[in-house]
Design a protein around this ligand. Structure first.
Ligand SMILES: [Zn+2]
Length: 242
């Protein structure tokens, strides 16, 4: 993992250089062209981190459901595609587990298990620097539960740091997202068996009428994608500064 850490540090440095360029250019400062040239050269030399974006469920597996026929698999895919676009705009490389409404099982055996194994294999690929899995929550107990919550893989400090960073950006977006990061247990197969840094974002509760209404609006899903991307970028920047 040392190689990956070095790559991340270079990327964070390049990102900082680009931000500096943006400040100089927007201010019209003299000498901006020299800074710009250095910034661009750094970026060209550095392979950007590769983010695996996983839209949970799909195909025959709709996941949780909410009022008015809201289906978790559709919200997951919509937010994941938006997240893909924002991360690419930020300069990250992005790989998707799915970009259409399909289950990822292979063969006809235990289809749910096979679907999850396909996702886990994608997470554990040698070149993946971080996986962000997108889901929606549901609560069947007394009262109601509300707000986004980020889970981290129990495989080290990096996963927790990314989860904290993303949770903090989601909290800044919406006060209801004031939940603590949770370490995934054995019930979350893909995180529990992840070897690379991995987080799972539960964007809200489809069982809660207010959350469901919030999640049903495309503009809000765009905001969620942006907040998650910002949290990812912050996570890489923090690691680069260590
Ligand atoms: Zn789910």
């Amino acid at each position: 993992m040392k190689k990956k850490t070095a790559i991340r540090s270079r990327f964070a440095a390049a990102l900082a250089a680009l931000l500096a360029v943006a400040v100089f250019v927007s201010a019209g400062a003299a000498g901006a062209s020299a800074v710009a040239a250095n910034g661009r050269a750094d970026v060209l030399r550095s392979p950007a981190p590769l983010i695996l974006v996983d839209a949970g469920h799909g195909g025959e597996d709709g996941g949780a459901s909410g009022p008015g026929g809201l289906l978790e698999k559709e919200l997951n895919l919509d937010i994941a595609m938006r997240l893909r676009d924002v991360l690419r705009l930020m300069g990250f490389r992005v790989r998707m587990t799915r970009e259409t409404d399909v289950s990822l099982h292979t063969g006809e055996g235990k289809r749910k298990r096979s679907d999850l194994q396909t996702r886990l294999d994608a997470i554990n690929a040698d070149d993946v620097d971080l996986c962000v899995s997108v889901h929606q929550n549901s609560y069947a107990g007394k009262g109601t539960a509300r707000g986004a919550q980020v889970f981290c893989a129990p495989n080290g400090e990096e996963s927790r740091a990314f989860a904290e960073s993303v949770q903090s950006c989601l909290k800044a977006l919406r006060s209801e997202n004031d939940r603590g990061v949770k370490r995934a247990g054995s019930s979350v197969f893909i995180l529990n068996n992840a070897e690379n840094p991995a987080i799972l974002v539960e964007c809200g509760f489809l069982s809660d009428p207010l959350d469901a209404l919030y999640l049903s609006k495309p503009a809000n899903r765009a905001e969620i994608a942006f907040a998650v991307a910002k949290g990812v970028a912050e996570g890489f920047r923090q690691q680069g500064n260590e």
